[in-house]
Write a protein that binds this ligand. Sequence first.
Ligand SMILES: CC(C)(COP(=O)(O)OP(=O)(O)OC[C@H]1O[C@@H](n2cnc3c(N)ncnc32)[C@H](O)[C@@H]1OP(=O)(O)O)[C@@H](O)C(=O)NCCC(=O)NCCS
Length: 173
Amino acid sequence: MDLTFQAGDLTAQAVPDAEAEALQPLLERCEDFHQLAYGRPALADQARRIPAERPPGLTPGQGHLFALKTAAGDVVGLLEALRDFPAPGEWYLGILLLAPEVRGQGRGEAVVRAYEGHVRAQGGRLLRLAVLEQNEAAHRFWTRMGFQPEKWVGPLEQGLKHNRLLRMTQTLG
Ligand SMILES: CC(C)(COP(=O)(O)OP(=O)(O)OC[C@H]1O[C@@H](n2cnc3c(N)ncnc32)[C@H](O)[C@@H]1OP(=O)(O)O)[C@@H](O)C(=O)NCCC(=O)NCCS
């Protein structure tokens, strides 16, 4: 698996699971997203939970975490996903999160397009994700990226909230 890829002016760099804690400051800067999703700020060990909370039974390397860095090396985002989950060729994008100050300038789109290329190059043919019902901006964003609704899931207990999520998919040509 490629350990880095370029996404516009950001570089995606793989973060080993054992070093997930390095992403904690970014999560704390994204309090808006944690309030929206969980009804509270990021937990003190939120970043360490990212690999720990993946579904059971994955093979090593199936779950992957990327830090999104500026040319100066600042971490301004993260992307976490599972390859070949739940079926071979289907990849599941668990988290795409950019720091508030770098949103709304086309970087999210650049990351998604670059990640699609990364997935395709490794045999992925479908990308799936789940958007929170209350995350209207993200729903607009994923629709603009070409994702189609698949199925509503939930309500699921997430933090202090009971969330409904819309699963969306994009076929990679
Ligand atoms: C969702 C997210 C990844 C999108 O990334 P982004 O960089 O903000 O996305 P873009 O800049 O490509 O698009 C966002 C908006 O900025 C606008 N935009 C894009 N390029 C722009 C530019 N150069 N100048 C001004 N506005 C621009 C887009 O039109 C879009 O508007 P919309 O809200 O009407 O859709 C990011 O906002 C984020 O991390 N949000 C918080 C976490 C989250 O919700 N993650 C998704 C969970 S499913």
